[in-house]
Design a binder for this molecule. Structure first.
Ligand SMILES: Nc1ncnc2c1ncn2[C@@H]1O[C@H](COP(=O)(O)OP(=O)(O)OP(=O)(O)O)[C@@H](O)[C@H]1O
Ligand SMILES: [Mg+2]
Length: 510
């Protein structure tokens, strides 16, 4: 299929040319086609005579009428470029086959130089790269999809190379760790954890101690944000291997702060439920006992008083009767407190400033000897904090807290009394803090129980806090230990805050 006049000596070359599996033509620098192989004729569906002696431009335009060849535009002809640069050139073309399908071909132009260094011929061969192109397209589509999945994941995803340099960080990870894409070059994966943690994770990943080698099942970790804050998180990680060697590591992180907070609240609510159930049943028992005891006590007191009145002065039994009366009164006091705890008395509500209750309570106890070396700090806001509760009952509670606080300090330390508004939660708060020794953890669940006391016999009945608990519930408030440690304890009383709009009502009443 060669042009006539070609020397026989180069016949083997022609055969090589003919057997090339790519459609190929040979051209002169002026674009005249001088040879064509069978593959080319097959692909284009033409005869040799239709091609030889014509210019490639003519042939191309005829065979690909809808195709916009680069040579149609000035200066873009790859053949001219190959001639000019004396080096191979290639061009990628999109075509439509006879069935309307789309394909891609790569045309490679290789110049053949003569002895003078000038280009004598150009070999143009066509390679169909449709399959490669389609694969490429599919791959980039999949890649895009993966990118999107990674970027929009609610879990933080981070990948780092062997040196710990960050090679991928999605938006959730940026948020969780507080870094932005700009920081990527300046951080190392070790900066994402408190010291030593990254190494420990790598050690576990490489060992088989927990699960498969190279994989870390869901694990609780502490991560470190850019601002230094340490945050609890849950993570899984993998080592990415390439040819059996570690190439990178990837980790998926979930912020545990919300989850842990919910868990904590649940636990607290549960503990509170148990506590109030326990107190409710104890309350019923106490109420029953108190009620039963109250009547005989009244009798004892009445008869003892009557007897005492009838005794002559300085009668030897007079002193004994006085003891009976005093102890009976003490019993009555206990019964009264028990009834308060078990909510057998009805509160008489009034509007008042929380500070007033504080001031009045303090006045009632301050003179006691115990206060001698106690420094009292009052911390109240300028604006009044209004509540609607039984003031006398509240004073009783405050007095109990103050006495407990002073007891805890053994009469030596600082007593801080604080009132304030918790506007967002619409609460009025009164806090009593001391610098005493604190409440041991094992006692925390018992301090509100009736008769729980660590004080020596005769000093405490263990009714103060249980009574306070009952009173606060009765007044739609609550009492709790806000803080306790060997440095001191803070008890808080919480009552519904009276909105400012009720002040008018308050004014008209009080
Ligand atoms: N501020 C405090 N610091 C340390 N421990 C405290 C404090 N307040 C209460 N407690 C502990 O809680 C226990 C129960 O207190 P509660 O007021 O109910 O009874 P009490 O003070 O022992 O006796 P009562 O109040 O009946 O005289 C106390 O015995 C003490 O162990
Ligand atoms: Mg007490």
């Amino acid at each position: 299929m060669m042009n006539k006049g070609i020397d026989r000596e180069i016949d083997w070359r022609l055969r090589v040319f003919e057997s090339l599996s790519y459609p190929t033509i040979i051209l002169l620098p002026d674009r005249t086609i001088i040879a064509v192989n069978g593959r080319y004729l097959e692909k284009m569906g033409v005869e040799e005579e239709e091609i030889i002696g014509r210019s490639c431009r003519e042939v191309n335009l005829r065979n690909y009428p809808e195709q916009k060849f680069p040579c149609a535009e000035q200066g873009e002809c790859p053949l001219a470029r190959a001639v000019h640069t004396r080096s191979g050139q290639s061009v990628l073309l999109k075509y439509h086959d006879v069935y309307g399908g789309e394909g891609w071909e790569e045309r490679v132009f290789s110049p053949i130089l003569g002895a003078d260094g000038e280009v004598d011929f150009i070999i143009e061969s066509i390679r169909d790269v449709t399959r490669v192109k389609n694969l490429e397209k599919m791959y980039s589509g999949v890649r895009e999809l993966i990118d999107q999945v990674v970027q929009t994941s609610v879990s933080g995803i981070i990948a780092a190379d062997r040196q710990g340099r960050i090679i991928l960080m999605n938006r959730a990870a940026e948020e969780l760790f507080g870094y932005s894409g700009y920081d990527i070059d300046n951080v190392n994966i070790e900066d994402y954890y408190p010291p030593g943690v990254a190494r420990e994770i790598m050690r576990k990943l490489r060992s088989e101690e927990i699960g498969e080698k190279g994989k870390l099942p869901i694990t609780r970790v502490t991560i470190r944000r850019k601002d230094g804050a340490e945050v609890p998180a849950e993570m899984t990680a993998v080592i990415i291997y390439e040819d059996g060697r570690e190439a990178a590591t990837a980790g998926i992180f979930n912020d545990l702060r919300d989850k842990l907070e919910v868990e904590r609240q649940l636990k607290e609510a549960h503990a509170q439920l148990i506590q109030s159930e326990k107190l409710a049943s104890l309350g019923r028992l106490a109420a029953g006992v108190a009620h039963e005891i109250n009547n005989p006590l009244t009798g004892i007191l009445l008869y003892a008083s009557m007897m005492r009145e009838k005794l002559e002065k300085d009668h030897p039994l007079e002193q004994n009767l006085r003891y009976i009366i005093e102890d009976t009164q003490r019993c009555q006091e206990i019964v009264k407190n028990l009834l308060a705890y078990s909510r057998q008395s009805n509160p008489t509500r009034q509007y008042f400033q929380l500070n007033e209750a504080l001031g009045e309570s303090l006045r009632l106890v301050r003179d006691q000897k115990l206060f001698l070396h106690v420094k009292v700090v009052e911390d109240a806001p300028a604006a009044p904090v209004l509540v609607n509760a039984d003031k006398n009952q509240l004073c009783q509670v405050v007095i109990n807290l103050i006495i407990n606080a002073v007891d805890a300090m053994d009469g030596n330390g600082t007593l801080t009394l604080r009132t304030y508004e918790d506007r967002p939660n619409r609460k009025a708060i009164l806090e009593v803090s001391d610098t005493g020794g604190g409440i041991p953890a094992e006692n925390m669940s018992k301090i509100f129980d009736p008769f729980f006391s660590t004080k020596e016999v005769g000093k405490g009945t263990g009714l103060g806090l249980s009574m306070a608990y009952g009173i606060m519930e009765e007044n739609h408030g609550r009492i709790y230990v806000k803080d306790t440690s060997p440095e001191g304890t803070t008890f808080a009383l919480e009552l519904p805050l009276v909105p400012m709009s009720d002040v008018i009502l308050f004014d008209s009443i009080g």
